[in-house]
Ligand binder design. Structure first.
Ligand code: NAD
Length: 235
């Protein structure tokens, strides 16, 4: 039975996190234990790591590209793509995920605030981010830009500023319904989005356990995104 009623006057902001892709076989940070080859993930996903050992960083993203290439969207992604069909520009989807499962499900307007796994860019010049599915794994050469700079994953690493924050803040200001899905509420700035709209918009959370920022939500729907989202909305 639908629990979130959306009227023709509503504008909906959806924030997704690693949890929405869990049922597609992409581990959340928590499920992966935050470790890879005995490195903490923060140690291979940061500008410092890139300066210290770009080979190691590319091996980490090569592994993540492999895992994500094998994944297919689940019913949660599909439900959000259907919501886009119903609401058009009255829906704003902002994801912290770097996979492309929202797009694979048919979504056309997803803002990736932490970047995209299948894009790369130059670490030195202003070459725009470009589609890149190559693995760049050991023992191959590290990819280079024609300017001589190193090609890096188009990812917002720990310590870097997320993409398109201005557009995100505008969409938060505009929304009347805010729904966070599968995000632990502990990674900033996304963890503060619900606080930005609280008291003005209706706020909902969807995931198997209450997030760290539970107090910012009017209602929590406890369960898996792929099970709850298909029946969550009414118009
Ligand atoms: P997180 O790992 O901190 O939290 C994941 C949340 O998902 C948890 O609260 C968990 O209860 C919930 N969850 C688990 N299974 C679920 C399901 N079936 N349905 C709904 N929710 C479920 O992830 P986060 O809050 O997104 O933040 C950590 C960072 O990890 C983000 O920056 C994100 O970019 C990155 N990340 C991305 C991917 C991806 O692109 N798929 C994967 C791992 C981590």
């Amino acid at each position: 039975m639908p629990k979130v009623a959306i009227s023709t006057a509503d504008r909906v902001f959806v924030l997704t996190g690693a949890g929405i892709s869990a049922e597609s076989g992409i581990p959340t940070f928590r499920d992966a234990g935050g470790l890879w080859r005995n490195y903490r993930i923060e140690e291979v996903a940061s500008p410092q790591a890139w300066r210290r050992d770009p080979r190691l960083v590319w091996d980490f993203y090569s592994m993540r590209r492999k895992v994500a290439s094998a994944a297919k969207p689940n019913l949660g992604h599909i439900a959000l793509a259907s919501l886009e069909q119903a609401l058009h520009d009255r829906l704003f989807v902002c994801t912290q995920n770097v996979d492309n499962l929202h797009e694979q499900a048919g979504a056309r307007r997803v803002l990736h605030m932490h970047g995209e796994l299948f894009k790369s860019r130059c670490d030195s010049c202003s070459l725009p981010p470009f589609a890149d599915t190559s693995l760049h794994e050991s023992p191959g050469e590290l990819p280079r830009c024609s300017c001589g700079g190193k090609i890096r994953p188009h990812i917002c690493w720990f310590g870097e500023t997320p993409f398109e924050l201005e557009q995100i803040l505008q969409a938060l200001d505009d929304c009347s319904i805010f729904i966070a899905i599968g995000t632990s509420g502990s990674v900033e700035p996304a963890a503060s989005f619900a606080g930005h709209v609280a008291g003005r918009a209706r706020t909902f959370y969807v995931g198997p356990e209450a997030p760290a920022n539970r107090s910012l939500f009017d209602e929590c729907f406890l369960g898996k995104a792929g099970e709850l989202l298909p029946g969550l909305f009414s118009f």
